[in-house]
Design a protein around this ligand. Sequence first.
Ligand SMILES: Nc1ncnc2c1ncn2[C@@H]1O[C@H](COP(=O)(O)OP(=O)(O)OP(=O)(O)O)[C@@H](O)[C@H]1O
Ligand SMILES: [Mg+2]
Length: 394
Amino acid sequence: MDPRDNPYAPGAGSPPPELAGRDEIIERAAVALDRIRAKRASRSLILYGLRGVGKTVLLNKISLDAEARGFAIVPIEAPEERSLPSLLAPALRAALIRLNRGEALRTAASKAFRSLGSFVNSLKVKYNDIELSTEFGTEKGIADSGDLELDLSDLLSEIGHAGAERGTAVVLAIDELQYVAKEQLAALISALHRVSQHQLPITMVAAGLPQLVGQTGKAKSYAERLFEFTPIDRLDDQAARDALCKPAEREGVKFTEGAIEEILLQTKGYPYFLQEWGKHSWKIAKRSPINQTDAQTATAQALAELDASFFRVRFDRLTPAEKRYLRAMAELGPGPHRSGDIADELGKRVTAIAPVRNSLITKGMIYSRSHGDTAFTVPLFDGFMRRVMPEGFP
Ligand SMILES: Nc1ncnc2c1ncn2[C@@H]1O[C@H](COP(=O)(O)OP(=O)(O)OP(=O)(O)O)[C@@H](O)[C@H]1O
Ligand SMILES: [Mg+2]
């Protein structure tokens, strides 16, 4: 069918044509943010889940909705290997500027700008990737100790006051939070704890891989009470059908029941894969309805394309030992698996393969749900590992 009308949007953070199955979470986030703006108790939200389940689009949707309701959003994406202060400083500066909409600075806002200056000055030696001019001066005694935990608490408090002065709340919207280094994550949690104790209108909505739950708990033991951990999972049957069928229906195109079943079976309801299968089915079908044979051809094409890109780029970042580890996991199925079983599969001792397991966790390829078990962070990766290393793990 006409590629110009193909409605599907596979890609990292690409807004889907139909954001299916997430209404309840969106509503819950809106309530939490409105409560914080009204200075009522509410917890910061952490959305966690596997690769491609739709965390980023959900975070963006929550942010955009909040922005439309007058919140000041501070969008941040944490890449690997960047310090949190270097990401926060420019993002907070931009948010302060937006908060003041070009008007003359009020008291709390000017103090917040100067606190940001202190923050940058006191930390730029330790975190030398901070790049921000401090043209707005500094504030003596605030955010200038050189200790990230103290200074970030000061800074977020002052920004909270600046938000309150404008009758709104400030929302740190942080994606890929699992990449923030442990002591910096601890500082962030502690700062959020302090602002919530003082009922300042500043909070965080964050997204990341499942290991984030354990990471925050290890960084600060009270994290579980400070945050509301919200699992983002694959879509249930009805939501997956909506994600697949509604965009096509708007273009006057239907799927047969056989096509839908094939696509739900293959994608297991994972949002990113639904977009890929939708895209390929559309491309293959000659006319509506898209039938089961079209969907089966789409499976072959989608898998070939994923193997060459989505899965492949992750595979190419692995060392030979890491590849063997993942291949052994794949032999056992989708998982999660016990570390002992993986070690047995490899014919090694658990302690001998622990370093490889740790480096795979750091790379975000696997995570541990509970002590001693291991699962893939990328859905359907087990099938890919078996296809790409058909001979096993010599
Ligand atoms: N609720 C949904 N309904 C339909 N499609 C969705 C939904 N959520 C996300 N998608 C689609 O899934 C794909 C992945 O979304 P997104 O990038 O937000 O995932 P993610 O969880 O952030 O992945 P990663 O961990 O790799 O960053 C996108 O193509 C998006 O359009
Ligand atoms: Mg994402």
